[in-house]
Design a protein around this ligand. Structure first.
Ligand code: C2E
Ligand code: MG
Ligand code: MG
Length: 707
């Protein structure tokens, strides 16, 4: 600090001096010379220990200047008072006569300098110097205090942090460990300090940790974040996220590292759960479609010269089982199926659940297509064994489509699609079979697609029509009913059989508007016939399961009956066996609702499904229609003859009427007559015809006894 000389300057240096002096004049002299030297002086003069102590306590001082000896006080005593106050204030002794001894004594007692009274030339630089030194002492003290404070703060954070904190030596030994870290590793501080971090690191992560220490030295990077595993005292693995800061010495070696350690085990568990949900089917625990695509793509990428086989499997009639026995049984069945499939497969195969009742298998490195068909057969056999659920055996066969990589597709999606096409074909072939994909099948699929597109427009383009086939009462030979059969004359695709387009309409939901149209048209036609004199002629209309299951099905029928004016007793609804098989409350309610209106109920194609006649007694059914596949062979196949006979007998015992479908010959007719079958329908009498021709037949045979 240079002496601030100019008294008028605004930069005058403030100085608070405590003057220990008994002689007023001497004190004023000192004051004057200090002011002259440029200090903005405030001062107080004291000459006793008490006055000095009071002055020190009262305000802060920059400087004490003390006379060496006074009548009732002395510089040495003043030094004592200062010392007791605890303040670090420069203390300069002034004396009239200076002796070396007193000087030494004063300095020893703690004075900072010793100056002859009146020797301003020496006093001012001494004050200047001492003020400077006192300032730097103060600064140092503040720095030390700050450091201490920060150390204490760090210590408290270190001790109380919920994050693990450790300091490590350059070779990876724990120097300090905080309680949170000890808790994570389930160790005491003593068990960790001095030990190497590698002693607690998971064996698989030791190399990683070492590499990070080495790389830090090589790159001189200050910090690094990474994830690793520790092994806790009880042997558990602990996943942690570590942030490490390195401190280097002059030789660029790590001398010291400080790490923050976060336990991320719960985080990883959550991640694992999310992964499980995103990639696995919760019911069977199998990979889902997404994971299958990824894993299968890996298989294809690694495939050698041998093909990769792909199997798509779909359970036959699973929906029926689900609807009939409930979802619990359905779920158990799927679990059992997934176990059986797993048992059929080698470890390297990938099994996944793609849809509700759809599974996929990818098998790498197969030596020939035969080995894939062998596997398909093995699976079909395993699934053919009935599954015991709730003490009842359930039969759940499957259909399988097969495709090979690379011949049938170069990527997973194409392979899955093509195996799906093959699956579809194998289903059409009959349940419980398998087929390989062939390019011609693809053609069939695209045709199906085209058919769907055109079917969507069929109604509005008026391409649909109804043909009617008479139903004959065997006893009288009279036409007593007409079955309405749907026809589609597509402008684009030509005439298409209902056997082909009805299943498609059912799959796509198009059957709902189409079925509604059929019902309305048929009822209207029947009513017209009634009005034309064909009184009480019955009209039979085929109803698909999905139509029947509409919650407002009965309302729809009511509306149509009302609109057309048809007597409900002249409407017969033909249902498939599967509907009745469900035996559900809703089915029974709907059937009863129809029944109370007088509507007749018939079971179509009886014998082809799995229903037992005894089931029918639970339902208000009027008639069963023996499927034409039995009728076809009654005169040649004794089994079919026996079955037909049995059906008629049992139906009668349940008070059900029987219609035989597909009667083509006189012999068949005779056999049926002998059995006691009441009604027949078939080409022998008439094919299904458009309204005009049907009406012609009707006018000839409605009241007639002859054929
Ligand atoms: P279905 O209800 O069993 O109808 C009887 C089928 O047998 C008709 O085939 C009929 O033409 C045929 N048929 C009748 N007599 C003989 C015969 O003596 N010999 C032979 N070989 N066949 C005979 P179509 O018209 O091709 O209908 C096939 C199936 O399509 C129907 O079987 C029915 O299940 C369904 N279907 C037809 N129209 C409709 C409809 O409007 N709605 C619904 N949901 N299904 C319909
Ligand atoms: Mg029918
Ligand atoms: Mg039928």
């Amino acid at each position: 600090m240079s002496s601030p000389i100019n008294k008028n300057s605004p930069d005058l240096l403030p100085l608070r001096a405590l003057i220990v002096e008994d002689a007023e004049d001497d004190a004023l002299l000192l004051v004057r010379s200090l002011r002259r030297a440029g200090y903005d002086l405030t001062f107080q003069q004291v000459d006793t220990a008490e006055a000095m102590a009071a002055a020190l306590a009262e305000q802060a001082w920059d400087l004490v200047v003390s006379d060496y000896s006074m009548p009732s006080f002395s510089a040495l005593e003043a030094l004592q008072v200062l010392k007791q106050s605890g303040f670090d204030i420069p203390f300069i002794v002034l004396s009239g006569n200076i002796g070396e001894e007193t000087a030494v004594e004063s300095m020893r007692a703690g004075a900072h300098d010793y100056v002859m009274k009146g020797n301003t030339a020496r006093l001012l630089p001494a004050i200047d110097r001492e003020l400077r030194e006192a300032a730097s002492r103060r600064q140092r003290r503040r720095a030390e205090e700050t450091l201490l404070e920060s150390e204490q703060r760090f210590r408290s954070i270190f001790l109380n942090a919920i994050t693990g904190m450790v300091t490590l030596s350059g070779d990876g030994c724990f120097l300090q460990v905080n309680p949170a870290f000890c808790k994570m590793l389930q160790c005491s501080e003593a068990e960790l300090v001095g030990k190497s971090t590698y002693d607690f690191t998971h064996p698989s992560d030791i190399a990683l940790t070492r590499r990070l220490f080495n790389e830090a030295e090589l790159s001189q990077r200050q910090s690094v974040d990474y994830e690793k595993r520790f092994v806790c005292k009880n042997g558990d693995t602990l996943w942690v996220h570590v942030s490490t800061c390195w401190l280097f010495d002059d030789q660029r070696q790590v001398t010291y590292a400080i790490s923050l350690v976060h336990d991320i085990t719960p985080h990883l568990q959550a991640q694992q759960e999310i992964r499980q949900l995103a990639y696995f089917d919760t019911l069977t625990g199998l990979p889902n479609r997404q994971l299958f695509r990824e894993r299968c793509a890996d298989l294809l990428a690694q495939a050698g010269k041998n093909p990769v086989g792909l199997i798509i499997l779909d359970l036959d009639r699973f929906k029926g089982i689900n609807d009939t026995f409930g979802h619990d049984i359905g779920d158990q069945l799927l679990q059992e199926v997934s176990e059986r499939l797993t048992d059929c497969l080698e470890k390297r195969a990938i099994l996944a659940r793609l849809g509700p009742d759809e599974f996929a298998v990818a098998l790498p490195d197969i030596d020939s297509p035969e080995s894939l068909s062998f596997l398909a057969e093995k699976i079909l056999i395993a699934l053919a064994v009935p599954i015991e659920l709730n003490d009842q055996p359930l039969y759940c066969s499957a259909s399988i489509g097969l495709a090979l990589y690379p011949t049938d597709g170069g990527n997973v999606d194409t392979l899955v699609k093509h195996a799906g096409v093959a699956l579809h074909q194998s289903k059409e072939q009959g349940v419980g079979s398998y087929r390989f994909y062939s390019p011609e099948m693809n053609l069939a699929t695209s045709q199906r697609l085209a058919m769907e597109t055109h079917l969507r427009q069929a109604l509005e383009r008026q391409e649909l029509s109804l043909h009617y086939q008479p139903q004959i009462d065997l006893a009288s030979g009279r036409v007593i009913g007409m079955e309405a059969l749907l026809r589609w004359d597509s402008s684009a695709l030509g005439s298409i059989s209902p056997v082909r387009f009805i299943p498609l309409a059912e799959e796509t939901g198009l059957i709902l508007p189409i079925g509604e149209w059929v019902l309305e048209t048929a009822c209207k036609q029947a009513q017209e016939w009634h009005q034309a004199g064909f009184d009480r002629l019955r009209i039979a209309v085929n109803i698909s399961a999905c139509q029947f299951k509409q919650p407002d099905f009965v309302d729809r029928i009511d509306r149509i009956l009302q609109a057309t004016g048809l007597d409900p007793r002249c409407l017969e609804i033909e249902l498939t066996e599967s509907i009745v098989m469900e035996r559900s409350e809703e089915t029974l309610l709907t059937l009863t609702d129809l029944k109370v209106r007088g509507i007749k109920l018939a079971i179509d194609d009886f014998g082809t499904g799995y229903s037992m006649l005894s089931y029918l007694k639970y339902f208000p059914i009027d008639r069963i229609k023996i499927d034409r596949s039995f009728v076809r062979d009654i005169t040649t196949d004794s089994d079919d003859a026996a079955i037909t006979e049995a059906i008629v007998v049992m139906a009668h015992s349940l008070k059900l009427k029987v219609v035989a479908e597909g009667v083509e010959t006189e012999e068949q007719l005779e056999f049926l007559r002998r059995c006691g079958c009441e009604e027949v329908q078939g080409y022998y009498f008439s094919r299904p015809h458009p309204v005009d021709r049907a009406e012609l037949f009707l006018s000839r045979h409605f009241a007639d006894n002859s054929k």
